[in-house]
Structure formats: C-alpha cells, structure tokens
Design a protein around this ligand. Structure first.
Ligand SMILES: Nc1nc2c(ncn2[C@@H]2O[C@H](COP(=O)(O)OP(=O)(O)OP(=O)(O)O)[C@@H](O)[C@H]2O)c(=O)[nH]1
Length: 239
C-alpha cells in the first residue's frame, strides 16, 4: 500500500494560463523537466518531479470538479463550464519523492476540441472522464482513447474515471463494462465522485504509482519511458 497523501507543500495553486505557458505548456513533460531536490523541514532532501497531467472528456462529466476536489478539497454544484482550459498544481509526497502535478483541465465543449492536442502533448498522464449516468459520455471517452493512441505521447499513463458515482440510482454505464474496457487498454480505472470526495486522491496516487520511479528511469533526453506495472485494483470502491 502506498503511504497516504500528505498535505501539499507548499500548497495548491491555480493560475490562468495560456497553452504555451512556459511552466507546463505543450512539449513540457516529466521527461524534459528533469528533477530537482526539495527539502521538507526535519526530513532528508527529496526529489521533486513535475508531472504534466491533462483531463479529457465530454462537457459536464465533472473534469473541473475532480480537479477542484483534488487541489482545493471543495465542490461547487454551480461550477461554470471551462473555457479553453484551466491550469492548477498540487504537490504531494509519493514514497521518497515529491510529485508536483501540473494539471491541465481541458474544456469538454465541442468548440474547444481542436485545442486538446496542445494539452495532452508532453503529458505524463491523461485522465479521461465520463459520467456514469450518461452512456454517450463513455462513447466519447473511447474516442479520446483512440486519439491518444494515434497522436498522444507513446507511453502516456491513461486513467479512466467514471465520475458521479454518487448518482448510482440513475447509472447508465455498468462498472464491470468500464473496468473490462480499461483493462483491455491497460488503463487505470476508478469510479469517482467529486461531490462526495470518493476515489479522487486514490486516482492521483495510482498515477504516481504507474509512473516509473526517477531512480529507476533517469531522464533520458526526451526519450519515452516504459511502464513497469500492470493495472491494479482501485483502493476504494465507490458507493
Ligand atoms: N452529482 C454529482 N455532480 C457532479 C459531480 N462532479 C461534477 N458534478 C456536477 O456536474 C456539472 C459539471 O461539472 P464540471 O466539473 O463543470 O464538468 P466539466 O467536465 O469540467 O465540464 P466542461 O468544463 O464543460 O468540460 C456541475 O454541475 C457539477 O457540480 C459528482 O461527482 N456528482
């Protein structure tokens, strides 16, 4: 079992950012950011790794809500649709490393679809979100998987999140079907509820777990890295 997530250090931050932002824009990835050392009070220096993560999926599935729950531990039932994309960061400890997630939350509306490659390019991981109460959002998810296969980074870690699992009474996508599909493409799978804070931290822990440790895979001038682990079960079942 991985250690529990600790409070972020120095804490979450959010910034409006253009796609070409030097901090995490296109082309900036786990591999070409390199590593730094960070020292927490009273502890030995830890490697700080910056992991670019993008969220993809239909409009209204809850991408922004997942990010807000993860970064701010809050939920807004009246959250506005994302325009273009938004950027947030959160740093967590994973084993003997600090993982700074550079999170690009893309807009799901069709009119912004063409922007997506700017955000998944150079990403260490993509979280593709669907709404368990809307079958069509699962079809959209499959299209994103195809697009990532064709145009995404070759070794990107893919995570599938079936969000709104608090609405189990109006479920349209069976958990078993989604899990089987995720297994078939070697993706992480978890059902989440941004509203009820179910499996949100676990989703990011699993991404940390899937990304090879820096010691085992030192940065190599922009070359891809191989995944070492097989998919594993989510740590908390939903609803
Ligand atoms: N019941 C429930 N509602 C949720 C959950 N997550 C998000 N919502 C609601 O779903 C609606 C859409 O959420 P967003 O986070 O804006 O969805 P999005 O995928 O970011 O949408 P776009 O920005 O248009 O791409 C909002 O009314 C949220 O409050 C959840 O886990 N459960």
């Amino acid at each position: 079992m991985p250690p529990p997530l600790r409070a972020p250090r120095p804490g979450p931050s959010r910034a409006a950012a253009a796609p070409g932002d030097a901090r995490a824009g296109p082309g900036l990835s786990l591999l070409n950011l390199g590593r730094r050392r960070a020292r927490a009070p009273g502890s030995r220096a830890m490697a700080l790794r910056e992991l670019k993560v993008c969220l993809l999926g239909d409009t209204g599935v809850g991408k922004s809500s997942i990010v807000w729950r993860f970064v701010e531990d809050s939920f807004d039932p009246n959250i506005n649709p994302t325009i273009g994309a938004s950027f947030m960061t959160k740093t967590v400890q994973y084993q003997n490393e600090l993982h700074k997630f550079l999170i690009w939350d893309t807009a799901g509306q069709e009119r912004f679809r063409a922007l997506a490659p700017m955000y998944y390019r150079g990403s260490a991981a993509a979280i593709i979100v669907y709404d368990i109460t809307k079958e069509e959002t699962f079809s959209t998810l499959k299209n994103w998987v195809k697009e990532l296969r064709q145009h995404g980074p070759p070794n990107i870690v893919v995570a599938i999140a079936g969000n709104k699992c608090d609405l189990i009474d109006v479920r349209e996508v069976m958990e078993r079907d989604a899990k089987d599909y995720a297994d078939s493409i070697h993706a992480i799978f978890v059902e989440t509820s941004a509203k009820n804070a179910i499996n949100i931290n676990e989703l990011f822990i699993e991404i940390s777990r899937r990304i090879p440790s820096a010691d085992a895979n030192p940065p190599s001038g922009g070359k891809g890295f191989k995944l070492r682990r097989q998919p594993s079960e989510p740590q908390r079942s939903c609803c």
